[in-house]
Design a protein around this ligand. Structure first.
Ligand code: ASP
Length: 721
């Protein structure tokens, strides 16, 4: 029965100056899956250990020290399950552990003993155990299916069937079939999971987030974006939810830290779980991003953040409740604006159209290709024409639930009510209610944890105002039906339905509507009706989206296949949150005419930023004192006569690589990746050595802060420094 309810509770949260004078060149690909490591040329590039030390099926290698921490990466750095990752990767868990009394977010957190470590709520860990190509099995299942919806359903069914098969033959793992190339290749990944993760050491916010949004996606950078977590398992070694009885996990492998760090031009590599890139998409997809997705999302998140910042200004509890959402929004919106700037600078869309035209000519030039792919480019064009036509509506649907907490609450209540009413007879309904009410409340608690009425109202009003302006195929039927006379009416409408709804207050909702079955059945209001209408319209739209996805799946399989023939090479698949390796060098760059940016920043630069007087550049007094006293310990870089803070390198990374270990030629950890430069954000569409630069925190800074500023000597001891 629980399962039954869960099915009803499935929401659609689609819940993302520089004057370079170069044009986009064919992207160089650098996110190598484990299966492609032999193609990477690591030895030639400078790797001193054997490739087998990194990954050797059936044996222990560096990859066994890698973990995926929710959307980020981390790595084991001690035999007792200690993990190093980014401050921003632990941020939401630190926020959840913080109260107005114990503000760990602001003040940082150091557990000096195992029993002081705090549950990192919401964080879970995955470790890649093994993988296997299952492309033929997936594609054969769909080979004779022509209907696009049926095609995508068949593929997805097959993917979960293969995953379930793997899980039942080894119940200790979780399995997932990942799409490597859309409609072309699929790989089964087996993961070990760890559900009990704890906070061990998190620096204070003015270290971990130094520079705030001003410095986010910016080089030169001086952020101590690191934190330490620990993985725990049941005493028998199996994965278990948080419990006092659990014990630190013993990883198969942990990384050795090299406190000597690196120098300019040194060879380095990164292992990690990059999220998503879009390098193998046609020109129209990039145009879609540039015209619709990026500007819409950036503007919407900007608006949301303005509302949230205002609401939390003089109220610490609200500020804490909204902190994670504000941070995520700000991160995405700046990234998207960086992408927009970059796309314009290099005019990638034009470049991609040119590439596609050349591909078309190649297809035309060979009879057998023409027979097989003759309509491909035109079909792609038709597909995107349809996408463009309803792009505004699609984006609106994709954002409405994640933007408005109360619509999510309404969705949960409506779904619960429907599920209750489906039960036969009052007795069965009561039983069902009893069985599920706690779970429903838990779900609602999660929504209300970051909810603020004023903010929610303002966002709902904005989204309705936006929708009011939609014309043609983008018109939303539920809104047209209201016959509003002006845009302003939408505002009044939201005001009125929010004011009348009992959902605006969690306590009232729990104590009245969710008191018992009868109260749930009796309660209705206009907010619930609005959610129902949006949902009905959205379900029809989603079915159409699925049809399009089915069409695209086939087209993209063919597009990549023929492009590989044209360029006479096998591509590396776009990032898809599976384990990858990228390599390169510590390297500066020249992003603006007449400049050269060095690849190391120092404490001196941090202090200089602090002199600006801006609040985001405030930092602990103890840093300044230690710097003035040249109390660098063993962590200084000799030629700089200072502690190196952040490092810059030309590796190919994206979101999800946050927290990835940066390793030297001997496979020793010398830093932690956390960001890219503003201009590198377009590497998600096209990588280029000129502008693609990633940013990491130098291990010497991590150790210096732990040692000299936070007195976290236990960490140094545990990691063998
Ligand atoms: N700082 C980035 C993020 O949070 C990491 C990256 O995208 O390079 O997504």
């Amino acid at each position: 029965m629980k399962k039954n309810l869960r099915n009803h509770l499935v929401y659609i949260f689609l819940l993302g100056i520089i004057t370079f004078n170069f044009s986009a060149s064919i992207p160089d690909e650098g996110m190598f899956p484990l299966s492609e490591l032999n193609r990477a040329g690591l030895k030639k590039a400078g790797l001193k250990i054997s490739e087998k030390d990194i990954y050797n099926p059936g044996e222990v290698g560096l990859v066994d020290a890698l973990v995926q921490v929710s959307g980020c990466t981390g790595s084991f750095v001690s035999p007792s399950g200690l993990i190093i990752t980014n401050h921003h990767c632990a941020f939401s868990a630190v926020q959840l552990a913080s109260t107005t009394e114990f503000n760990y977010l602001k003040n940082g957190f150091v557990a000096n003993a195992l029993n002081q470590e705090i549950e990192a709520k919401g964080l879970t860990i995955r470790i890649t155990d093994s993988y296997e190509d299952v492309s033929s099995e997936v594609l054969n299942a769909a080979a004779a299916v022509n209907d696009p919806i049926e095609r995508i359903n068949t593929i997805n069914r097959k993917r979960s069937e293969i995953a379930q098969r793997a899980e039942s033959s080894d119940p200790s793992i979780k399995a997932e079939v990942s799409e490597m190339f859309i409609g072309k290749s699929y790989v089964l990944f087996r993961y070990k999971t760890i559900e009990d993760v704890r906070l061990v050491y998190v620096p204070r916010q003015d270290i971990g987030e130094f520079g705030g949004e001003t410095d986010n996606w910016v080089w030169p950078r001086h952020t101590g974006d690191f934190s330490f977590l620990r993985a725990y398992v049941a005493p028998d070694g199996s994965s278990a939810k948080y419990s006092k009885e659990n014990v630190p996990y013993k990883p198969k492998k942990h990384l050795k830290i090299n406190p000597a760090g690196v120098n300019e031009n040194d060879f380095i590599f990164i292992l990690g779980y990059p999220g998503r890139t879009f390098r193998h998409r046609p020109a129209q997809y990039i145009a879609y991003q540039q015209q619709f997705l990026l500007p819409y999302t950036a503007d919407l998140y900007d608006f949301q953040n303005q509302q949230m910042l205002t609401a939390g200004k003089d109220d610490l509890a609200t500020e804490l409740a909204l902190a994670t959402r504000i941070k995520r929004n700000a991160n995405v919106l700046k990234n998207y604006r960086g992408k927009l700037k970059g796309l314009h600078n290099i005019d990638l869309v034009t470049e991609k159209y040119k590439e596609d035209r050349e591909l078309e000519q190649f297809i035309r030039s060979k009879t057998e290709l023409n027979t097989k792919y003759g309509t491909l480019m035109n079909d792609i064009d038709q597909h995107y024409k349809a996408v463009f036509e309803v792009a505004k509506k699609e984006l609106w649907f994709n954002n409405i639930y994640s933007s408005t907490s109360l619509l999510r609450v309404a969705s949960a209540i409506n779904s619960f009510k429907i599920a209750v009413l489906k039960q036969n007879g009052v007795k069965a309904q009561e039983e069902f209610f009893k069985l599920n009410i706690e779970e429903v409340k838990k779900h609602l608690d999660g929504i209300y944890a970051s909810y603020n009425l004023t903010v929610d109202k303002a966002i709902a009003q904005k989204m309705l105002e936006d929708a009011y302006e939609f014309g043609g195929s983008n018109k939303l039927a539920f809104l047209t039906k209201q016959n509003f006379l002006s845009k302003d009416d939408t505002k009044q409408y939201i005001n009125s339905i929010f004011d009348k709804s009992k959902l605006t207050n969690k306590e009232t909702l729990f104590s009245s509507i969710l008191k018992d079955v009868q109260s749930l059945k009796n309660y209705t209001d206009e907010l619930l009706s609005l959610q129902k209408e949006i949902n009905t319209e959205m379900l029809v739209f989603n079915e159409e989206q699925k049809r399009r996805e089915g069409i695209l799946n086939k087209l993209m399989g063919d597009y990549v296949a023929v492009k590989e023939k044209y360029q006479a090479k096998n591509f590396i698949p776009d990032a898809n949150s599976t384990l990858r390796l990228t390599f390169g060098n510590i390297k500066g760059y020249s992003p603006v005419d007449a400049t050269y940016m060095k690849p190391f920043t120092t404490l001196k630069g941090l202090v200089e930023k602090g002199n600006s007087g801006l609040p985001e550049f405030e930092y602990p007094e103890s840093i300044k004192n230690a710097w003035l006293a040249k109390n660098f310990g063993a962590y200084a870089k000799k030629d700089l006569n200072d502690v190196p803070v952040n490092i810059l390198y030309n590796l190919d990374t994206t979101g999800g690589n946050s927290g990835s270990p940066i390793m030297n030629a001997n496979g020793e950890l010398i830093g932690v990746n956390f960001d890219r430069s503003y201009d590198a954000t377009i590497n998600d569409f096209a990588w280029n050595e000129n502008y693609s630069r990633s940013i990491g925190v130098d291990i010497r800074y991590v150790l210096w802060i732990a040692d000299k500023i936070d007195n976290a000597q236990f960490i140094l001891k545990e990691i063998g420094i």
